[in-house]
Design a protein around this ligand. Structure first.
Ligand code: ADP
Ligand code: MP5
Ligand code: MG
Length: 558
């Protein structure tokens, strides 16, 4: 469609980039269109909009990066599992800005919906105008639309302020069985809203309702339903199968008028599925806002929901049948440190050695368990030659052993293995990945330790966002070839300069550990050992011996 000079600025901003109806959204949307807007406006002899004039007057850069932006038009869920709250969390998790037009306020929890207060339609219209007239919305996602009047004002607003895509989640009944939309709305949905939708995402009940009570029991039924719904006007249809019997995978059927795609994912066994529909639709909207094609957006959204459910399957919130899940995939991370590493964990630091375990035919898990039972306060898995897949499995198994004891487990060098196993952190050497990069990859909560021999390295580790440093070798050691030693003096110098807690490493054993800890600086928090605990047959016995010696020495010193 050509843009004419008579069109309003908002039309230019949005409509020109909107793919024409009945074309699939295969071409990524242009990401930044502030600059193209100005360019386009100049070509068409149109002056800049008020906002651009304002920005220019304030000396702001009008070609600044535009945030992908989803506007959700939905109801508030006081329990924050579904509705507006789920939409905000989903968009935030996907890195997209989300504005909100609230259509109703529900009193809701994990048991059900106790009350609904519908926002007057004039006020919904006012919210829509406030956001759409000002904030360059890319995609509108609709959820609970509780009255015919509200559907009408939404349609009018979208005509006045067209956006690039409309995702319609036709919320009618909550999973708990409570009615969220007036039944009279059905006709309006069928006749008007579906026509405006780039995608409509009904669950089984909603599909059946929209199709006059059609029975949906199999994936074939879902395919037929998708086709029928498509004939009602939306460009694409996703019939969601979360409510199929438990024997089925979680199957959704996508149909764009030409092709069907059955999207399968394993059915996560959990009660925490409240808000999956809202989240899925918001995630689709978010991906479209970033520039995805429709099918990619749907696939990614489904994978996101599946992953979030898997991560949150055991969380307990509320007494009802429908628990919420964690959009930021974090609640299940019950790390022993919880992002509050103090340094005291370094007291008896056990670094594993697979060669020593092999010699005693001891699985790594057994060695780790024995070390912890003997009193190790932190474990580092140091597997220089392990195959990646095996290493990840071992790390996961060891984490299961460490966490009940609240003992953190770190991975030597391998950031990828730490990420894949969700270990508590990493320990890196001077020639491994820089701690600064590891911090970016691992996020703020994981523990990062760095091996340092000098004051400069210790300072850099601090600048890079490490949590502790390992200083050594204090004495010569057989576990690290060609490693120069720093001696007690070098250790003391580094400790005095370091802003981070320090663990001493290298050749430390039962006969010198007390001397090492005795050198004094308060940030010298402990000793790290390898052979001392792992080279003998009884790891638990050796660790216990060292632990009681160290404890006794510390008690005496205090
Ligand atoms: N137990 C589950 N395991 C994996 N995916 C699920 C599960 N329950 C629902 N889903 C997925 O969540 C999305 C929302 O589906 P559904 O629960 O049917 O919609 P609604 O929340 O609107 O009732 C779909 O992609 C569906 O496949
Ligand atoms: C405000 C609001 N919007 C939507 C839903 C649907 O979510 P679900 O189908 O998971 O109950 C809900 N329960 N509450
Ligand atoms: Mg659901």
């Amino acid at each position: 469609m050509a843009c004419s000079g008579l069109l309003s600025n908002s039309f230019i901003a949005n409509k020109c980039f909107r793919p024409r109806r009945h074309h699939k959204l295969a071409v990524p949307y242009p990401r930044s269109f502030s600059s193209s807007r100005v360019h386009l406006a100049q070509n068409l002899g149109i002056s800049m909009s008020m906002e651009e004039n304002g920005a220019a007057k304030q000396g702001l850069d009008v070609s600044r990066k535009k945030l992908p932006h989803v506007l959700t038009v939905a109801g508030s869920d006081s329990g924050a599992g579904a509705g507006i709250q789920a939409d905000l969390k989903a968009c935030a998790a996907r890195g997209v800005y989300c504005s909100t037009v609230i259509t109703a306020v529900t009193a809701q929890n994990t048991v059900g919906v106790q009350g609904v207060n519908i926002v007057p339609d004039e006020f919904v219209a006012q919210q829509l105008k406030s956001v759409l007239s000002d904030m360059e919305v890319d995609v509108v996602k609709t959820g609970m639309l509780p009255s015919i009047e509200i559907v009408r004002v939404l349609q009018q607003s979208l005509k006045e302020f067209p956006v690039r895509a409309v995702v319609v989640d036709p919320v009618m009944v909550s999973t708990s069985g409570d009615v969220l939309a007036d039944p009279s709305i059905l006709a309006r949905f069928r006749e008007e809203l579906l026509m405006m939708a780039d995608i409509v995402t009904p669950n089984l009940k909603e599909t059946s309702t929209l199709l006059g009570g059609m029975r949906l029991e199999t994936v074939d039924d879902m395919r037929r339903a998708a086709k029928l719904l498509h004939s009602m006007g939306p460009r694409s249809v996703l019939v969601k199968g979360g409510d199929l019997p438990e024997s089925f995978d979680a199957v959704d059927v996508f149909f764009d008028g030409e092709e069907y795609h059955e999207l399968h994912s394993p059915r996560v066994k959990t009660r925490n599925t409240h808000g999956t529909g809202c989240t899925l639709a918001s995630c689709i909207a978010a991906e479209l806002a970033k520039g995805s094609s429709m099918l990619s957006a749907v696939k990614l959204a489904k994978r996101y929901v599946e992953t979030a459910l898997e991560y949150s399957k055991d969380i307990i919130l509320g007494n009802g049948a429908q628990g919420p899940f964690d959009h930021f995939l974090r609640l299940k991370h019950n790390t022993s440190t919880g992002g509050t590493f103090s340094g005291n964990e370094l007291f008896l630091y056990a670094v594993t050695d697979s060669g020593m375990n092999e010699k005693w035919e001891r699985p790594m898990e057994v060695a780790v368990k024995e070390a912890i039972e003997g009193g190790a306060t932190i474990i580092q898995l140091r597997e220089k030659d392990a195959e990646t897949r095996k290493f990840i499995e071992t790390a996961k198994a060891c984490l299961k052993i460490c966490h009940p004891y609240k003992v953190p487990l770190l991975i030597n060098d391998r950031i990828d293995v730490a990420l894949a196993s969700d270990a508590d952190g990493v320990h890196v050497g001077q020639s491994d990945m820089p701690a600064r990069v590891a911090r970016i990859l691992l996020g703020p909560d994981k523990v990062i330790g760095v091996s340092c021999k000098t004051v400069e390295q210790a300072h850099q580790a601090w600048l890079d966002g490490a949590d502790y440093i390992g200083c050594g070798g204090v004495y010569p050691t057989s576990t690290k070839a060609n490693n120069s030693t720093v001696g007690l003096d070098g250790l003391k110098t580094v400790c005095l300069a370091s802003k981070l807690p320090v663990v001493a490493i290298g050749g430390i054993n039962a006969s010198n550990a007390i001397t090492v800890l005795g050198i004094g600086p308060p940030n010298l928090k402990g000793v790290a050992v390898v052979s001392t605990v792992f080279a003998r047959s009884s790891v638990v016995g050796e660790t216990r011996k060292l632990h009681s010696m160290l404890t006794e020495a510390v008690l005496k010193a205090n």
